[in-house]
Write a protein that binds this ligand. Structure first.
Ligand SMILES: [Fe+2]
Ligand SMILES: [Fe+2]
Length: 186
């Protein structure tokens, strides 16, 4: 693979606020740890996680235009909270800007916020690393960390459940891919 952890982190750094960059570095370390634990490709895990929040602060109108014009991007994203856009849009921006072509890495970046149906090992690792990195302190995260010591699917299922329960408790919408991911793992 031509892109390294260092190159990936250097690429995203100017586009992220300091605390988001620091989160990115922690997610990258966490993802390598999980990849070693569960037998995934550590280099892909670190590149995908280094790049995962690339589009976090891209202008909403720019992301909206990407969703409207790239036929691979699901139009239903526009009906859901814009917080969900940076994963799928970021993946295709990186494909165009730096020639990121590995479909496994693109998928892991794309699905890191919502999960999706039939998540791959790498998808699960980046999703979970983003959820449990040491800077996270929301309710329930310690239980997910504990399960993640031994059981990747169990940890992802609980993280998805917590996300769904939280969104429902706030009367917010839940993106269908999150239900698909949960249903797959439960
Ligand atoms: Fe994100
Ligand atoms: Fe993140």
């Amino acid at each position: 693979m031509e892109i390294t952890r260092e190159k990936a982190l250097d690429y995203v750094r100017p586009f992220l606020k300091t605390r988001r960059y620091e989160h990115t570095v922690r997610v990258t370390d966490q993802a390598v740890d999980l990849a070693q634990r569960f037998g995934a490709d550590t280099e892909k895990a670190e590149v995908a996680s280094a790049l995962h929040d690339y589009a976090k602060y891209k202008p909403l109108d720019l992301m909206k235009r990407w969703i409207e014009t790239d036929r691979r991007l699901s139009k239903d994203l526009l009906d859901y909270h814009h917080e969900l856009w940076h994963g799928p849009v970021g993946a295709y921006m990186l494909e165009q800007e730096i020639g990121l072509a590995d479909p496994e890495i693109l998928s892991a970046i794309s699905s890191h916020t919502t999960g999706k149906k039939h998540m791959s090992l790498l998808d699960k690792i980046v999703f979970l690393a983003d959820y449990i990195e040491p800077g996270r302190d929301f309710p329930g995260v310690d239980e997910v960390r504990e399960i993640a010591e031994t059981n990747l699917d169990g940890a992802c299922a609980l993280a998805l459940k917590n996300t769904i329960v939280f969104l429902v408790s706030k009367e917010r919408t839940v993106y269908p891919d999150t239900f698909h991911a949960y249903n797959d793992l439960i």
